[in-house]
Design a binder for this molecule. Structure first.
Ligand code: NAP
Length: 253
């Protein structure tokens, strides 16, 4: 049995969280172009309005929320539900990245990272699932990272937040497959955004936000598209590394 994809986005009701910069912005623009109805969320409202202005009347909803705030998420979900009656795709893109190593480990930054990157998607999924389960229809897509595959340098809090997100998606998949609800676990490698602009090292196989959005939306459209990772030339290599014995893995990394 394979989970379903969304064959056409036209008319679909999509809630994008983290919608107006980087990867999320590129996905929002493509979905608007393809005729989806898009609810745009992030904390700062100004850029959400700018994206909404590119869409047709009534094609978008602007729903500013902080994913670390239960009440804001709940109210955001209710306002979308009251307008549209259901959500076909939750696309959770939002995330924060603070490079951290053992010699400058900042616990409060780590706590914020786990709250935004792991508890954030859990909160959103908990909101949309009951209605999707009732309809036996719907898609939850969460952007994790290849940094969650296995330990990488400078990712002391970010890596664990993404590793747990991958595990969360895998575990959701077992339960949702027989219910007709699809799970899309999205693991990008380096994408040129504000978040990666702070990296002081050469990023292998760096791709644009446009390419990343294409990979994500194509993956969600495919039947069985649970594991969406890209660019394959590098994400495939990292998948291979994690099956190696630790001494070889640590030596290569
Ligand atoms: N860029 C890469 O190379 C790369 C690689 C692998 C995975 N990823 C993942 O891809 C996702 C997007 O990354 P990006 O590079 O596109 O980052 P970005 O340009 O920094 O965008 C992050 C988005 O998340 C929103 N956000 C952050 N904290 C939030 C919060 N508490 N509540 C609501 N929204 C919040 C931001 O808006 P506000 O600040 O206004 O809230 C922004 O829209 C992240 O999950 C990231 O971990 C990125």
């Amino acid at each position: 049995m394979k989970q379903t994809g969304i064959r056409h986005f036209s008319g679909k009701r999509v809630w994008i969280i983290g919608a107006s910069s980087g990867i999320g912005e590129a996905c929002a623009k493509k979905l608007i172009e393809q005729g989806a109805r898009v609810a745009l969320s992030r904390r700062r409202v100004e850029r959400l309005n700018t994206i909404a202005e590119t869409a047709k009347a009534n094609q978008t909803l602007v729903v500013p929320i902080d994913v670390t705030n239960n009440d804001q998420l709940q109210q955001g979900y209710e306002s979308i539900f009251d307008t549209w009656g259901a959500i076909d795709l939750l696309l959770f893109v939002s995330g924060i990245y603070t490079p951290q190593r053992a010699n400058y480990f900042d616990f409060s930054a780590a706590e914020q990272t786990i709250d935004a990157n792991l508890l954030g998607p859990m909160r959103a999924v908990a909101l949309v699932l009951p209605e999707m389960l009732k309809r036996h229809e719907g898609h939850t897509a969460i952007v994790g990272s290849v940094a969650g595959y296995s330990g990488l340098p400078k990712a002391l809090a970010y890596g664990p937040s993404k590793a747990a997100t991958i595990n969360f998606c895998e575990t959701l998949y077992y339960d949702l497959l027989p219910e007709g609800v699809s799970v899309h676990m999205i693991s990008p490698e380096f994408v040129a955004t504000e978040a990666t602009a702070q990296n002081d090292f050469e990023m292998p196989a760096l791709i644009s936000t446009d390419e990343a959005a294409k990979e994500i939306l194509n993956g969600i459209q495919k039947k069985g598209g649970v594991d969406i990772h890209f660019p394959k030339r590098f994400s495939g290599f990292l998948k291979f590394l994690r099956i190696l014995p630790y001494p070889i893995y640590f030596w290569i990394v």
